[in-house]
Ligand binder design. Structure first.
Ligand SMILES: Cc1ncc(COP(=O)(O)O)c(C=O)c1O
Length: 388
């Protein structure tokens, strides 16, 4: 029903993924498989809602109506089985702003904040940019995939440790954290008085066979210490509308969050973000189910192609997201050399693994949220660069 195969020219639309290629890669012709947005058309139920709002031609200050909250609550209940109360929900103008707001709200200059690399680069920045101490609890790579290092975590916690930021599902390694893993994390954090900031922006993009569990939904203990970020921006490709939600069951944590948000005057949001989110959460189920199958098809295409033709690259099968973590260590290059190889020899622009911190060296992150023809073209170019 939805045509994810359509190749849409995004050039000259002030779009970072395409129009910043020269600036980021030094070449404007690389196939852009980097920044996390999708090359698919925004679904018509979202664009129709925006058009409908535009029939009233005054765009002054606006607020989020109750129908907005209802749509979000229903979405989370249906997709993730979590019953969220209306007054737990706070606004954020994006998840990265929320990570920064939480750093300001829940820590001070003496505080330590833990992240689990290799992980999304703005996690590092959200701690460092505010001069908090950043502690790395590096994920462990095992034959069964990447896991959290609970022993390491227990050892590194000190009385100054205030918060851990987790990515669930995890960008870039693609893990959907299982119940037992999340339960262990809650036990450790609860006992040590540590807040869990759970970035669940990719939670709607769990691939077939994988179930997302919002960590705050596990127990009362979990809810008491968790601040959750959710957003329609990855799911429906609405990142340019800067609209996301924070779910904070504990009233004291919520109050602290709100005071920083309002102190920065960021609480109002924007009309189109509100309208688009509500439409997406109200009408988006079927579209999303189709999208997930299409993405799984692209992931399978990469895995099959690499195993048939590019054996030096070992893709890690993601459990969620449209990102594939490519293990390129057998290519014998890392860091800048590896990145330059893909840009200059293959003409493919991806994110180089060491940008995600320890554990990322020798990997590349490939974004496959694009028509399959583009994925195959990129794989062919990579194959001939390696053979050449
Ligand atoms: C884990 C994670 N959090 C947050 C974001 C971006 O959030 P926002 O655009 O809402 O600031 C991304 C985008 O790639 C992401 O992967």
């Amino acid at each position: 029903m939805w045509n994810f195969d359509e190749e849409i020219n995004r050039e000259k639309s002030n779009c970072i993924k395409y129009d910043w290629r020269e600036k980021v890669f030094g070449r404007s012709d690389v196939i852009p498989m980097w920044v996390a947005d999708m090359d698919f058309r925004t679904p018509s139920f979202v664009t129709d809602a925006i058009r409908e709002r535009l029939t009233h031609e005054i765009l002054g200050y606006s607020f989020r109506p109750e129908s907005y909250f209802d749509s979000l609550i229903k979405w989370i209940s249906l997709r993730h089985g979590w019953s969220v109360q209306r007054d737990w929900i706070e606004f954020s103008p994006g998840v990265v702003p929320a990570l920064n707001i939480c750093t300001l709200a829940y820590s001070d200059h003496d505080s330590e904040i833990i992240i689990q690399p290799p992980v999304y680069t703005p996690f590092h920045r959200a701690v460092k940019d505010h001069n908090r101490r950043l502690l790395y609890n590096t994920l462990l790579e095992t034959p069964d995939g990447w896991i959290m290092d609970f022993q390491g975590l227990r050892k590194m916690i000190t009385p100054r440790t205030r918060m851990i930021i987790i990515s669930n599902p995890h960008n870039p390694v693609g893990r959907v954290w299982r119940r037992d893993e999340l339960e262990q994390l809650v036990e450790i954090c609860f006992d040590s008085g540590i807040i869990i900031l759970s970035d669940e922006i990719h939670s709607d993009l769990n691939l077939p066979g994988n179930k997302h569990i919002p960590i705050a939904s596990l127990s009362e203990k979990a809810a008491a210490i968790t601040v959750t970020c959710m957003a329609p921006s990855k799911t429906f490709n609405l990142a340019g509308l800067s609209t996301s939600s924070m779910i904070i069951p504990d009233s004291a944590l919520r109050e602290k969050y709100r005071s920083v948000l309002e102190g920065l005057h960021l609480h109002l949001g924007n009309i189109f973000g509100n309208v688009a989110s509500e439409a997406a959460y109200t009408y988006g189920h079927e579209w999303l189910d189709d999208l997930i199958l299409y993405i799984q098809g692209n992931i399978d295409a990469v895995i099959t192609y690499c195993s048939d033709h590019i054996q030096v690259i070992k893709p890690v099968m993601p459990e969620a997201t449209y990102m594939i973590w490519l293990d390129c260590r057998q290519m014998g290059m890392s860091g800048n050399d590896l990145n330059r190889f893909f840009i200059e020899k293959a003409g493919v622009g991806m994110n180089e693994g060491s940008l995600f911190g320890p554990g990322g060296e020798g990997f590349m992150r490939m974004n496959v949220a694009c028509p399959r023809t583009v994925v195959v073209k990129a794989l062919r170019q990579i194959e001939s660069a390696i053979n050449g």
